[in-house]
Every structure is written in structure tokens, then in C-alpha cells.
Design a protein around this ligand. Structure first.
Ligand SMILES: C[S@@+](CC[C@H](N)C(=O)[O-])C[C@H]1O[C@@H](n2cnc3c(N)ncnc32)[C@H](O)[C@@H]1O
Length: 248
């Protein structure tokens, strides 16, 4: 545990930012409330779940253990989508979790018509809290609940191979939803199913460390070509943009 986590939790309990606490030596706190939060943190629970929030693309999102904690890498997916998706397009976010991608897209690109899906009804309750009506939310196994087409699919799917999942830090493995992290043995199972159901839509996907070639292979097998691969700040390929051969 980072020792600064206690400062953050203290600041949350008092309801004032840390510099205020340091400047005003005497503040009344509820010791039981702070102790409970610190106990949870010592037990390994992620700070974001204890706080009930995390920042994504400069905005606070409510999170709890029903959803994956949004990661900074996923901001690259959102930036890519903002750059590439044409005006007024119909977009679906597959596996919306907290709703961070869909809600950010709607706020940054109000021209887009954004729908978000998740197989987890519990996750959709969190997304609904964050979306406050700005996004259409639909419980669906990938896109099986839809008959209509979308212009674009954006997704940060579960992509960690089952074996790798077992080696994750306990903070992630034991607290974040397993179904948000791993789709099975290969790690590309949900990507395959998204491309199976993509129709004529173009696709923006977040990919895992070392997964670029596997996703390229899956894309080629589904007759998709790779339009772009974006890297994170460490130079690791993180986002891939795909379109069906001859459908651009
Ligand atoms: C990696 S999390 C991404 C959450 C969020 N979009 C983000 O970027 O933080 C993957 C999400 O996909 C959802 N999911 C898993 N399998 C699914 C399926 N078959 N159909 C739809 N959603 C699925 C999980 O419930 C989870 O919310």
C-alpha cells in the first residue's frame, strides 16, 4: 500500500483537499469512518473502490467492485475514436463496464449517437449511474441483442489469457470482476466474437501487452484489415483500428 493512500482517504473522510488539511492543523474527523477505509485498503482492496471514484479523461467516474477500474491506457482508445469516427456516426461500446468510454465519447463528441452494452447487468447499473441518461444502455452478449447496424464498434474487451490472469497482482485478481479481465484460454475470444458480429462496422479495440500479432491474425481470419495501431507512452501497441476488406 502506498502511504499516501491514507492521506487520500483522510481527505475523503473530512471532505476537504489535502492542502487544506495541512494548512488547517485542527480538523474534526470521524475516526471510525477513516479506520474502516484504511482497514479495507490494508486488506488489499483497490483505493478506487474504497473512494467510490476514479478519474478518466479528466472527469470523475463512480466505480465499485461490479466494474473494472478504468485505466489510463483506455484513454488512448477514446482519443483514437475521437480522431477517427466521422460526424453523426452510430457507435456502440461493447463491454462498457463503468461506462467510461461511452460517456466520455458523448461528452467529447456530442454529434455521435452512442449505445453501450455489457453482459453484466451489475456493471450496467454502474454505467447508468455515470451516464445519467446520456447513453443508451443495453444488456447484451456482445451485439446479440441488436438487429440494427452500427457504423463503429469501440471496445476494451476482457483480453487477459486465463493463465496470465492467475499471475495478476492479488489487488487486481481478487477484487476486480473476473469476467471483465479474462475471456478464456487465448485472451482473444471476445475479439473473435466482436468481429464475428461486426457486420460492416469499423472497429476500435484496446489490446493487451504482446497481443498485437494475435489480434492481427484474428482480424485477417475475419477479413478485416488493420488501418492503424496506436502505442502507449511506453511504445507498447495498445489500440488497433480495423475495417472489413473493401468496406471502407
Ligand atoms: C475490460 S472491461 C472494460 C470496461 C470499460 N469499458 C473500461 O474500459 O474500463 C470488459 C467489460 O466487458 C464485459 N463483458 C465481458 N464479456 C462480455 C460479453 N460477452 N458481452 C458483453 N460484454 C462483456 C465485462 O462485463 C466488462 O464490463
Amino acid at each position: 500500500m502506498n502511504p499516501r493512500d491514507v492521506d487520500v482517504l483522510l481527505s475523503d473522510v473530512v471532505g476537504k483537499p489535502l492542502p487544506h488539511l495541512l494548512a488547517h492543523g485542527e480538523v474534526k474527523i470521524d475516526p471510525a469512518a477513516l479506520q474502516e477505509k484504511v482497514r479495507r485498503r490494508f486488506a488489499g482492496e483497490p483505493l478506487q473502490y474504497i473512494r467510490g471514484k476514479t478519474e478518466f479523461f479528466g472527469r470523475d467516474f463512480y466505480v465499485d467492485d461490479r466494474v473494472l477500474i478504468p485505466r489510463p491506457d483506455t484513454e488512448i482508445l477514446v482519443e483514437t475514436a475521437i480522431d477517427r469516427i466521422e460526424r453523426d456516426a452510430r457507435v456502440v461500446d461493447v463491454g462498457t463496464g463503468s461506462g467510461c468510454i461511452a460517456v466520455t465519447l458523448v461528452l467529447e463528441r456530442p454529434d455521435l449517437r452512442v449505445t453501450a452494452t455489457d453482459a453484466s447487468v451489475a456493471a450496467l447499473a454502474v454505467a447508468s449511474h455515470n451516464a445519467r441518461g446520456s447513453v443508451t444502455l443495453v444488456a447484451s452478449d456482445i451485439l446479440s441483442a441488436f438487429v440494427r447496424d452500427f457504423d463503429w464498434i469501440v471496445s476494451n474487451p476482457p483480453y487477459i489469457a486465463a493463465e496470465e490472469f492467475e499471475r495478476l497482482t492479488p489487488e487486481v485478481r481478487d477484487h476486480e470482476p473476473r469476467g471483465a479481465l479474462t475471456p478464456g484460454h487465448a485472451g482473444t475470444e471476445i475479439v473473435e466474437r466482436i468481429l464475428d458480429q461486426a457486420g460492416r462496422a469499423r472497429v476500435v479495440l484496446e489490446i493487451g501487452f504482446g497481443q498485437e500479432q494475435a489480434v492481427r491474425d484474428v482480424a485477417a481470419a475475419h477479413h478485416f484489415e488493420v488501418d492503424e495501431v496506436r502505442q502507449d507512452l511506453a511504445g507498447i501497441p495498445r489500440v488497433i483500428v480495423l475495417s472489413r476488406h473493401g468496406w471502407k
